[in-house]
Design a protein around this ligand. Structure first.
Ligand SMILES: [Zn+2]
Length: 87
């Protein structure tokens, strides 16, 4: 498969587009592989956290370092348990 990055001047800015040759399936596989590689090479990868809920496998990029769950409304509420009822 052959891939060429083409620079295009649209009148206000230069944009880059990748043009690939080859069968559709091969081009699609290459695009998916790139999409999977992008987050792994992002400097933010070091801040990824695993959700602390026992039965959750989600990874998330916390907005603040003390965040413990991928979703406060789903895993957070579940792990904190049901709200205590007033006597
Ligand atoms: Zn979770």
């Amino acid at each position: 498969m052959h891939a060429v990055r083409e620079l295009i001047w649209d009148g206000t800015a230069v944009t880059a587009a990748i043009h690939r040759s080859g069968p559709l399936g091969v081009r699609l596989a290459a695009r998916l592989a790139e999409a999977a590689a992008d987050p792994l090479t992002d400097p933010a990868i070091g801040r990824l956290k695993r959700c602390e809920a026992d039965d959750c496998v989600m990874l998330f990029l916390p907005a603040h370092p003390r965040r413990r769950w991928c979703s406060a409304g789903r895993c957070g509420n579940r792990m904190r348990g049901p709200p205590l009822l007033a006597p």
